[in-house]
Design a protein around this ligand. Structure first.
Ligand SMILES: NC(=O)c1ccc[n+]([C@@H]2O[C@H](COP(=O)([O-])OP(=O)(O)OC[C@H]3O[C@@H](n4cnc5c(N)ncnc54)[C@H](OP(=O)(O)O)[C@@H]3O)[C@@H](O)[C@H]2O)c1
Length: 304
């Protein structure tokens, strides 16, 4: 039996699917145990219950591998990065006490406790905590992850479909190396039998500048949306106004800084096979057809 956090979310869902395909029994730990379960009886759902470690230990007992996706994009609804780190610590400690055989942890490219971006430094602290538990583990660090339930690429496409203009923040010359979510799931599951302490980046086969990435999406969708350069503070202000209408956080300043600092790139050789260009061609009729709200997904899921 394996435990996956967030099987009803994005990356956790694909790790779960891959494990089920391999004939594994899967339990999930989730914020939304009552959310409609796409896996039916094949996956049992349990709450994170950070306040009740005994019940978390019980959920984790008997797990060969814990696949951990737990993290937050931004502080919201009283949940800060600090609290998310404390929760991560509780999760790892409960896994240790439950005798979990291995933790495969989903991090992010260039995670570092020294990063000036709290998302990336938090991921760095998560990795450090994991190493300190003494549990055999592996760390998988994806770049930007694309797939059906993705939020960022979907919402870029949504805006390109609807608006006559779309901002290129700054020069647009910074790069991204998107990885397909199913390739990432495969890489993550392969780590269950890999070397203890390994750190593997998960990188797609194509590299784009952000400007090229936007141009590709615009052309694939058959739109004539004008891509206009604008200073990043203007782009952030634009995102905030849009977020007010959509009741969502569209893009945070830190995410934009991360993008512009090329945090979603790697110096390792690509290990994902699926090309974003091909995926986009196959999904051009559906990508961005409706808006995906991070807030609705996590805090008001009945409307997501
Ligand atoms: N998507 C990307 O492009 C990308 C790129 C690099 C790294 N990552 C990393 O991959 C992991 C999974 O991310 P994902 O894209 O699959 O997103 P996701 O579906 O939102 O998964 C986030 C995970 O954190 C849990 N969580 C609990 N409270 C949350 C909250 N308030 N807000 C958000 N999540 C909360 C989720 O559980 P529930 O679903 O049960 O709430 C889920 O296990 C994260 O650690 C993320 O840092 C993602």
């Amino acid at each position: 039996m394996d435990v996956v956090t967030g099987s009803f979310g994005y990356i956790g869902k694909y790790i779960t699917l891959h494990l089920l395909d391999l004939g594994r029994e899967v339990r999930t730990i989730t914020t939304h145990p009552t959310k409609p379960n796409p896996f039916g009886a094949r996956v049992q759902a349990f709450p994170y219950s950070f306040e009740d470690p005994a019940s978390l230990i019980q959920t984790l007992t008997g797990a060969t591998t814990l696949y951990n996706t737990y993290w937050i994009r931004f502080a919201y609804g009283g949940l800060t990065y600090e609290q998310a780190l404390k929760n991560t610590h509780t999760l790892f400690e409960c896994a240790r006490q439950a005798g979990v055989g291995k933790i495969v942890h989903i991090s992010v490219t260039q995670a570092s406790i020294n990063s000036n971006l709290p998302y990336y430094s938090g991921k760095g602290f998560q990795e450090k905590m994991l190493a300190e538990t003494g549990i055999p583990h592996a760390i998988v660090r994806p770049t930007l992850v694309f797939g059906k339930e993705d939020i960022l690429v979907n919402n870029i496409a949504w805006m390109i479909r609807r608006f006559p203009l779309f901002p290129i923040f700054g020069s647009g010359d910074y790069r991204v190396q998107p990885i397909f979510v199913e390739d990432l799931a495969q890489i993550a599951v392969a780590q269950a039998n890999g070397t203890n302490g390994s750190i593997v980046d998960a990188i797609g086969p194509e590299t784009f500048t952000f400007k090229e990435f936007l141009q590709l999406i615009t052309t694939s969708l058959g739109r004539t949306t004008k891509l206009i350069h604008m200073p990043s503070p203007v782009g952030i202000a634009f995102g905030k106004i849009l977020g007010m209408f959509l009741r969502d956080v569209v893009l945070t300043e830190n995410e934009l800084r991360g993008l512009m600092q090329e945090m979603l790139t790697s110096t390792q050789m690509p290990n994902g096979l699926t090309r974003f260009t091909d995926w986009l061609e196959q999904n051009k009729d559906t990508v961005g057809a409706s808006y995906s709200s991070e807030i609705a997904r996590h805090f008001n899921w009945s409307t997501s």
